[in-house]
Design a protein around this ligand. Structure first.
Ligand code: ADP
Ligand code: MG
Length: 298
């Protein structure tokens, strides 16, 4: 369980995170969406205990990340946006060192490490120094690192980006596996479609704060963008007819009637036919999550 209340993080006078509130329950995947610079990474770094909040409270399984950082940190696994490890270290000793933080002895740790490195397809590189790891391999390594101590809460910062399609599927399945085990998961992305398939809720972030939280149900009922129409014989009176039904947009081929949620397309069709227009196409256009998101954050 992660509970963030009134989190603010300033860099000089700039509030990268501004009075943010967010809870993630056990067994929940919360998608954190926002354009570059929205404040996702700053929120995640504060929640991981890497940077101190300017103000606000972060609880991880009820341990306060500021007042009881050592204990709170043990309950959270963090996969950074740009994993960066001591370049000259080798994976297994470094992972054992992390495991030691949880009081796990070297032999027990080794068993988990081997299993996880195999699971994430980096076992073949077990003897290589981390500076020889590609960005994708570092990402896989950081997934293994986050699993040390088997914490109940996870922060994945843009973890699905930059993986190949097979990697995306593997990591997504892994995240769902963690959810089934009852873990709380925060997954950030600036790519909405990545969150759409996996998140229970999506929090949309802009200018350092959350402007909207969408539930699974909201995601399935995003509403309509409008009614899309193509007319074979348009003329200069057509606009006037269509404007009776809502706001009008024209992309050079289709007309789109916006704010048309109470309008029945067949009424528009009847009106057009009555005025001797040849209606080639008329249909309701549903809003995609991407459109919804871009409208929210613009
Ligand atoms: N250490 C820092 N010093 C100054 N500004 C920062 C620092 N870290 C982040 N920022 C600024 O805070 C804003 C939010 O950044 P970030 O949290 O990385 O956003 P996101 O992850 O959503 O792209 C950006 O304007 C960024 O430039
Ligand atoms: Mg970021």
């Amino acid at each position: 369980m992660i509970a963030i209340s009134n989190l603010t993080k300033s860099f000089k006078n700039f509030k990268a995170v501004n009075d943010l509130n967010m809870d993630i329950s056990n067994g929940e995947i919360l998608g954190l969406a926002g354009l570059n610079g929205a404040g996702k990474t700053t929120t995640i770094r504060a929640t991981a205990g890497i940077i101190f909040p300017t103000s606000g409270k972060i609880l991880v399984d009820n341990f306060d990340m500021v007042e009881n950082k050592t204990e709170a940190s043990k309950h959270i696994g963090w996969v950074p946006e740009l994993p960066n490890f001591e370049p000259d270290s080798r994976p297994i000793p470094l992972l054992k060192y992390y495991a030691g933080f949880y009081g796990i002895n070297s032999a027990d740790a080794e068993k988990d490490i081997v299993e996880l490195m195999k699971k994430f397809d980096i076992y073949a590189y077990k003897d290589k120094k981390l500076k020889f790891y590609s960005q994708g391999m570092k990402k896989r390594f950081s997934l293994v690192a986050a699993m040390m101590g088997n914490p109940d809460n996870f922060l994945f910062d843009e973890t699905l980006n930059g993986l190949d399609p097979q990697g995306v599927r593997e990591v997504r399945d892994f995240i769902i596996e963690l959810k089934k085990q009852g873990k709380s998961i925060l997954l950030s992305s600036h790519i909405l479609s990545e969150l759409q398939n996996v998140a229970d809720r999506i929090a949309i972030m802009k200018n350092g704060t959350i402007i909207k939280i969408l539930t699974r149900d909201d995601l399935n009922h995003l509403g309509t963008t409008g009614i899309k129409i193509h007319i074979k014989n348009p003329d200069d009176k057509l606009d006037k007819v269509l404007l009776n039904f809502g706001q009008l947009e024209y992309d050079g081929y289709y007309y789109m009637i916006k704010n048309s949620s109470n309008v029945d397309p067949s009424d528009i069709n009847n009106e057009l036919v009555k005025a001797n227009y040849k209606v080639d196409y008329i249909g309701v256009q549903n809003e995609t999550l991407e459109e919804y998101f871009l409208n929210m954050v613009k």
